[in-house]
Write a protein that binds this ligand. Structure first.
Ligand SMILES: [Cu+2]
Length: 127
């Protein structure tokens, strides 16, 4: 008899976990002085990143496909640090941000400068 209730319990817990983020489908935010952002297939670990002026972001390849992070207006790019737009698993590009601002970033392979697909927002300082 007990086992009949187990599936319902499990389903309930899964539902609870799924709703835990409280936002629209897995978007995650992070805040810190030195942040690591894994670039999965095909999304960023975090889509909202907050760092202080002078903070760093380690854009790290974490997928089977190549990824990168490029600012929508070309203000910065992982390419300038890594030397290529194709970062594979374990490849790191650590960028330091000295200019306050709110930047849209995207992967040139899987996102767009308009913020669609593999894209996110980086807020430096007060934005
Ligand atoms: Cu990508």
């Amino acid at each position: 008899m007990k086992s009949r209730f187990l599936p319902a319990l499990v389903a309930g817990l899964l539902l609870l976990a799924a709703c835990g983020g409280g936002d629209d489908g897995g978007d995650e935010s992070v805040e810190g002085q030195n942040v690591v952002v894994d670039m999965y297939d095909n999304r960023y670990q975090y889509t909202e990143i907050r760092i202080p002026v002078g903070g760093t972001v380690n854009w790290r390849g974490a997928g089977r496909s190549p990824h990168n992070a490029v600012e929508a207006n070309g203000e910065w790019s992982t390419e300038t640090i890594f030397g290529s737009l194709e970062q594979l698993e374990g490849d790191e590009a650590i960028l330091t941000y000295d200019e306050p601002g709110t930047y849209t970033f995207f992967c040139t392979f899987h996102g767009s400068a308009q913020g669609n697909g593999m894209a996110g927002t980086l807020i430096v300082g007060d934005g």
